[in-house]
Design a protein around this ligand. Structure first.
Ligand code: FAD
Length: 535
């Protein structure tokens, strides 16, 4: 195993894969990518619907267990996190989306020079290789990440888009140019009916490079170094502990939950809290693990009069769908979780949308422990998501152990504005089922079981049923000021030798699903590093 390289990247997820690939394009660089889980290959990863076998299962999902959330009736929720090569992109729902112009312009206005929408758009485009006819104008054509129109959609998708148009939303042909207010059909990170994870996009073509070394099944325990400089990382692999050294830089890309935990294990974080755990403080940096943000989601479910995927679970249907997928890479097994998307404003005075809706051609509800219960009757669901939550949580660690796991503390509705937005968003979502486009297909209610009228009824339902869209972010905030962990060039504030590049650096969570943005962050990080090396 190579133990020294110019660049050492910790975490081979959405951002890490992009960085490893781009840095190893320069043959003069040696690059080591350290990755905790397996190689992220196999039919469950390739087949779009394979997510159901990956999310919630230990080899592919970290299944981080959060502390009980008092704003969710004390429920302790498992937070999904991709564990294999490809990270979140190897298990996610494959919806491709970028966010609002104002999300990124807000980052720039908050002190992140070079991160406004016009500055990051070239990196979104550089990442993307649109695969299909007539690409919308905002898309990239020559990048590594395949983006395409899904091959199979549910017949009621058109009723979703028509219904939201009845409710006043415009139909968007190109939703990736910075304006998402409206309703549209989602694009997928897929190539010809198969998932395109960041590992598949970026690493598979780079695997043969002699200067790229990928170490899988290795857990990064602590950062090493002295005198204000990070010099490498200590890893545990197969019961052995080794030191990996970076001649130039370490790049931390372990995701918004694991990146701050690794910094804390290394003595980088709020000094008092580290001392309480008996950890020697190497750098007192208060913001590490703070500013945690996540998109809360509520499912609104209805039974309908046309077959949906959950009513087609018999052996006959499974064999039929399996054969269709094997032979033609088409059919329901290639479909996305969120085939249709809408962004709406719950108040007329808002300049930007504050709720997102995702249409799914299947229905399920959650039991008291948050497990999905499928109903055999045909049904659809609309996920209602608060786009820009105000509530903030934090990531800590529970002890001083070399492999101390992250402790997630989040109060999802601590800020009452998030509950208000969710309630208004749910009420608007319920109206979709009453539109002329939709109502004739609705045969009954699944969840909520009966119409909810008062704020109290809605609030009780929301606290009982909230789950997440799986977009944790913000815990190594980029910017200026006391909470900032990295500067706009992604360098750790106050210590040399380390950059952070993943979902953790977002100062504010974008108003959309986060995979494309994490890959953009990886592309931009690699560009910053290469430019600096050339200077
Ligand atoms: C179930 C699910 C569905 C989602 N659906 C969508 C979607 O449809 N569209 C969308 O845009 N976004 C979606 N997302 C979000 C998106 O996939 C993530 O935001 C994105 O993948 C995060 O990228 P990242 O680079 O920050 O970290 P990750 O991709 O999470 O990568 C971090 C990597 O670091 C590794 N790691 C962690 N700790 C260590 C350690 N100590 N040592 C070594 N390696 C370590 C992990 O195993 C992982 O491979 C979804 C996420 C999930 C979990």
């Amino acid at each position: 195993m190579l133990k020294e390289a110019d660049y050492v990247i910790i975490g081979g997820g959405s951002a890490g894969c992009a960085i490893a690939s781009r840095l190893s394009e320069d043959h003069g660089n040696t690059v080591i990518l350290i990755k905790a889980g397996g190689n992220g290959r196999g039919w469950k990863v390739d087949m779009p619907a394979g997510s159901v076998f990956l999310v919630g299962h230990e080899p592919s999902d970290w299944r981080y267990l959060a502390e009980p959330d008092p704003t969710l009736n004390g429920r302790a929720i498992r937070w999904a996190g991709g564990r294999m090569l490809g990270g979140g992109s190897a298990i996610n729902a494959q919806l491709y989306i970028r966010g609002l112009r104002s999300d990124f312009d807000g980052w720039e206005a908050g002190g992140c020079a070079g991160w406004g929408f016009d500055a990051v758009l070239p990196f979104f485009k550089k990442a993307e290789g649109f695969d299909g006819a007539n690409p919308p104008p905002s898309h990239g054509l020559n990048g590594k990440l395949a983006v395409s129109r899904p091959r199979t959609t549910h017949p009621l998708l058109k009723n979703f888009t028509q219904g939201f148009q009845e409710l006043g939303l415009p139909y968007l042909e190109d939703y990736c140019a910075g304006d998402q207010f409206g309703v549209f059909r989602a694009l997928a990170t897929q190539r010809r009916g198969q998932r395109c994870s960041a590992a598949k996009a970026y690493l598979e073509p780079a695997m043969k490079r002699a200067n790229l070394h990928i170490i899988t099944g290795a857990f990064a325990q602590r950062l090493t170094g002295a005198d204000g400089r990070i010099a490498g990382v200590e890893i545990a692999q197969g019961g052995e502990i080794s030191q990996i050294t970076a001649r130039r830089e370490v790049i931390l890309s372990a995701g918004a939950i694991a990146s701050p935990a690794l910094l804390l294990r290394s003595g980088i974080g709020a000094g008092e809290a580290l001392q309480r755990l008996g950890i020697v403080v190497r750098h007192d940096l208060h913001g590490v693990g703070r500013n945690l943000q996540e998109h809360p989601a509520i499912l609104l479910n209805r039974f309908v009069d046309v077959p949906t995927y959950n009513s087609q679970m018999s052996l006959y249907h499974q064999i039929r769908m399996g054969l269709q997928y094997l032979i033609s890479k088409r059919g329901p097994l290639t479909s996305l979780g969120g085939q249709g998307v809408a962004f709406a404003k719950t108040r007329s005075d808002l300049s930007d949308p504050d709720v997102q809706y995702l249409f799914s051609g299947a229905t399920y509800d959650l039991d008291a422990e948050g497990k999905a219960i499928m109903d055999a009757r045909p049904g659809v669901l609309i996920s209602v998501i608060v786009c820009r939550p105000y509530s903030r949580g934090k990531i800590g660690i529970g002890d001083a152990g070399a492999q101390a796991m992250p402790v997630i503390s989040h109060r999802t509705y601590e800020d009452p504005r998030d509950m208000e937005t969710m309630m208004a968003g749910c009420r608007l979502g319920e109206r979709l089922f009453e539109t002329a486009a939709f109502r004739s297909h609705v045969t009954g209610r699944y969840s909520p079981e009966r119409p909810l009228e008062s704020d109290q009824e809605w609030e009780a339902f929301i606290r009982r049923k909230t789950l997440y869209a799986w977009h944790p972010s913000g815990t190594c905030k980029m910017g200026v000021g006391p909470q900032a962990v990295v500067d706009p060039s992604l360098k750790l504030r106050g210590m040399a030798g380390l950059r952070v590049a993943d979902a953790s650096i977002m100062p504010n969570l974008i108003s959309a699903n986060t995979n494309a943005t994490c890959i953009m962050i990886g592309e931009k990080a690699a560009d910053l590093i290469r430019q600096e090396a050339r200077a």
